[in-house]
Design a protein around this ligand. Structure first.
Ligand code: SAH
Ligand code: SF4
Ligand code: F3S
Length: 449
């Protein structure tokens, strides 16, 4: 159903990780047969879904402030004789569904990440005012089985969730509590979804999972990637997020052998201090991580690495923080995310002694980010003069501009025809900044374009 034909307007706001982005798309897919079409503003919408994130305190707070704004819109619609249904989905819904209902009565129902296939029923029940307002069970299997096979994609890149949940229980993290136990989707279901996406023009897949490299279907993630690469039209495969403990030989080898597997790997380490890593329950030391990086680089020398870092974990000393800077200096990440430790309710680390003062966390974060930014700038600058294959995704902000991605996930801007979108063409890189690359179509590409 196209947006114009849709009788009911659906607004979905997404916070948090790519798994939430995928889930939001799937929620829209579930609701389309019920006559809901997506709109890009909440004003006047019939159904508003907030897909929330619980990872840090700030993320959770956003849920409540957004709900305050939505309540006003709901009242405005009611004053005009209409009705707006407000649903809260995602990880805050899972972690504190009852609290949401108590704090914000404007919320009609709460639905956890494994229950999106129940959305039609929850909406119907809301209309019937039967009052079942909370669905937050863990059954990943049911969720995927019950979602429609057909996806309403329009772009040339797509997310595809292959794994959900986490059994690692890092002491700072809520994910094992909000997303449940590790679950791998069956290979056949993933292949079917991927074929459907390829048929709609998707050329690059990003396989998603909280611990995607723990994928336990036939042949592990490496086996899955090899099968996906055989699908006609699928030229590029990425995956995120990986845990160092699950990076097996087969996957490392695949990076050296499988052309479709892009040379970019998000492999969070969190800290460079072994004492902190142990207190975090990461299950690896800094040395183990560095040796792993060496092995990956031996298989694929040009691989771009990306990471996540937490500064100010309880008890982190200046020296321990310095060890994180040292590890960063050794790895030289192409890109990274770094955060101040945020104590999360119900996690073991939140009860530890030695919580680090906010000002110290801020200081450390600034120092770490300076170093990470420097490395990112260097990594991008090193591409100048090279010719990279770019998958063009969309038109750029400036007239005449098209934008795509390099194998290393860098955005690449060129002056060119929109007909390039959906194609992979060689681009000569002429300029680099920290965030992106600029270039021109290489001579041999101009001949065909
Ligand atoms: N499964 C992934 C990602 C989990 S959440 C992994 O294991 O890496 C994404 C990132 O958020 C984490 O890697 C971590 O760096 C950060 N994070 C998680 N909990 C946090 C907390 N309590 N405070 C600050 N950052 C946190
Ligand atoms: Fe959280 Fe650790 Fe699991 Fe990642 S591996 S989701 S950081 S508990
Ligand atoms: Fe946030 Fe949940 Fe993802 S807590 S980071 S939305 S798994």
């Amino acid at each position: 159903m196209s947006d114009q034909q849709a009788k009911k307007r659906l607004y979905i706001k997404t916070y948090g990780c790519q798994m939430n982005v995928y889930d939001s798309e799937r929620m829209a897919d579930v609701l389309a047969p019920l006559g809901y079409g997506l709109t890009d503003t909440p004003e006047g919408a019939d159904l508003v879904v907030l897909n929330t994130c619980h990872i840090r305190e700030k993320a959770t707070e956003k849920t409540y402030s957004e709900l305050g704004r939505l309540k006003a819109l709901k009242l405005a619609k009611a004053a005009e004789g209409g009705a707006m249904t407000i649903a809260v989905a995602g990880c805050v819904a899972q972690a504190e569904g009852a609290e949401i209902m108590r704090r914000q009565p404007a919320v009609d129902f709460v639905v956890g990440p494994q229950s999106y296939h129940q959305l039609p029923e929850l909406i119907a029940r809301t209309y019937r005012a039967l009052g079942q307002r909370l669905a937050a069970e863990f059954a990943a299997e049911e969720k995927f089985d019950a979602l429609p096979v057909d996806r309403a994609v329009t772009g040339v890149t797509a997310f595809l969730t292959v794994q959900e949940g986490c059994d690692k229980f890092c002491t700072f993290c809520v994910v094992p509590y909000t997303r449940g136990a590790e679950y791998s989707r069956p290979v056949e279901a993933i292949l079917a979804e991927a074929r459907g996406l390829a048929a709609k023009g998707v050329r690059e897949l990003t396989l998603l999972g909280q611990n995607v490299n723990a994928y336990a279907g036939a042949g592990g993630l490496a086996g899955l990637a090899r099968q996906l690469a055989k699908i006609s039209g699928i030229d590029r495969i990425r995956y995120t997020t990986s845990h160092p403990r699950d990076m097996d030989e087969a996957l490392i080898a695949a990076h050296g052998e499988l052309d479709a597997l892009m040379p970019f790997l998000h492999l969070p380490v969190q800290s460079g201090s072994d004492r902190v890593l142990k207190a975090m329950n990461r299950g690896h030391t800094s040395d183990h991580y560095l040796r792993l990086v060496e092995r990956i680089r031996a298989a694929r020398p040009d691989i771009a690495l990306s990471g996540d870092f937490i500064v100010g974990f309880p008890g982190e000393t200046d020296r321990e923080f310095e060890q994180t800077l040292e590890l960063v200096g050794q790895v030289r990440y192409a890109q990274a995310f770094s955060f101040k430790y945020s104590p999360r309710p119900g996690t073991p680390a939140s009860a530890l002694a030695g919580q680090v003062p906010e000002s110290v966390k801020e200081d450390r974060l600034a120092r770490l980010q300076d170093l990470l930014n420097e490395h990112q700038t260097d990594f991008n600058a090193a591409q100048a003069g090279r010719t990279l294959p770019v998958l063009f995704e969309k038109i750029g902000r400036r007239p005449g501009q098209v934008v795509g991605r390099s194998p290393y996930l860098q955005p690449v801007h060129i002056e060119g025809s929109p007909s390039l979108i959906g194609t992979i063409a060689p681009v000569e890189i002429t300029q680099a900044t920290r965030g992106s690359l600029t270039g021109r179509l290489a001579q041999d590409a101009m001949a065909v374009a």
